[in-house]
Design a protein around this ligand. Structure first.
Ligand code: ZN
Length: 343
């Protein structure tokens, strides 16, 4: 079975906010889960192991207080965002301390995870940069283990985001200067178009889109336009494909039949990026499983994260070569890590 690298999962949020025990399988969590707001769980550590999902870019994602969704811990100020983010950082550190996962901070850690068949590797990704109180704090976050920074979710103090368009703010421009001085990877998923292009102009380091699909196929501002995809390819970037049905099939809405979306829809998005690139080096998996949606909103063939390998079969059936399938399932993300992590 192919090794799989997944570019996006909200593990800490689900553990700390939805009381989902990451050490249990998704099926065990389903039996105990009291919070059904975010759908039926699909991710547990035993499922990652079973599915050979050996590396996950795991998020530190804290929600801003928005009208109507304030009952869970959310932030109103940068300091509140910072405090909540530190709880998630500590959660991952504790998981690693107990030996359940290995935090990948260096090339050595990456090699360790690839050689050790038991330990799932975690690369820390902050989604929404508001916990970074001041732009120069990125260096402290890097020292603490953060390796990937996504300035936006909705709009933040730094940039325009999903459904909240706008340019980089003055603080956002300063953030790009500090990012450039650090070795952090910039994650442009969720960035508004205006902020996206401005960021690529100001920042010359490594760029990814951890979890984004194609706007040509699903026309919303959450997905990447062909122009954005081309700009990312020109930067030797990688784009993670999201397994969320509304992002896969135009006009599919929560509550509609799961069977209407299959892994062939994921393949179509992947195919589109490959056709723009002329190769298969710029697309990967960024499932976002349990990222605010459950099994009801995933393609027909997906029950848990252990089924991600079924994408490899779908790609093969569609005519992708064995080498291309390997690039998409793990090779492209591994290349990004090899090019970015410190020795
Ligand atoms: Zn997201």
């Amino acid at each position: 079975m192919n090794l799989i690298v997944d570019g996006h999962q909200d593990i800490a949020f689900n553990a700390l906010y939805l009381q989902r025990n990451f050490l249990m399988s998704a099926h065990e969590i389903r039996l105990r889960s009291v919070d059904s707001k975010n759908g039926t769980p699909t991710v547990g550590l035993p499922d990652l192991v079973k599915g050979n999902v050996r590396i996950v870019f795991a998020t530190i994602w804290v929600p801003p207080c928005l009208p109507g969704v304030d009952e869970r811990p959310c932030y109103r100020t940068p300091t509140e965002a910072y405090d909540l983010a530190i709880q998630q950082l500590d959660y991952y550190k504790e998981l690693a301390l107990q030996g359940h996962v290995k935090l990948i901070l260096t090339q050595g850690d990456l090699r360790f995870v690839l050689e050790d068949k038991k330990r799932v590797g975690i690369v820390l990704l902050m989604e929404g940069a508001d916990p970074i109180v001041s732009p120069e704090d990125v260096h402290g976050w890097y020292a603490a283990g953060l390796r990937i920074l996504a300035p936006s979710w909705r709009a933040t103090r730094y940039a325009g985001g999903t459904h909240m368009p706008g340019p980089l703010t003055e603080l956002g421009r300063e953030l790009m200067v500090q990012l450039e001085k650090s070795s952090l990877i910039l994650d442009v998923s969720h960035m508004s178009d205006e902020s996206f292009f401005e960021a690529l102009e100001l920042f010359h380091g490594k760029v990814i889109a951890s979890h984004s699909n194609c706007r040509t196929l699903v026309p919303t501002d959450r997905q990447l336009s062909d122009e954005m995809i081309s700009a990312l390819i020109a930067r030797n970037s990688v784009i993670g494909s999201v397994f969320n049905n509304p992002f896969l099939l135009k006009d599919w809405k929560t509550g509609m039949a799961k069977s209407q979306v299959t892994l062939n829809h994921v393949v179509q998005h992947i195919r589109h990026i490959c056709s723009i690139a002329g190769n298969a080096f710029h697309v990967a998996v960024g499932s976002d499983l349990d990222g605010g949606f459950g099994v009801e909103n995933t393609p027909m063939e997906i029950d848990t994260v252990a089924n991600l390998d079924r994408l490899a079969s779908a790609l093969t059936s569609d005519g992708f070569s064995a080498a291309d399938v390997e690039s998409i399932m793990d090779g492209n993300w591994l290349r990004i890590l090899e090019e970015s992590l410190p020795a």
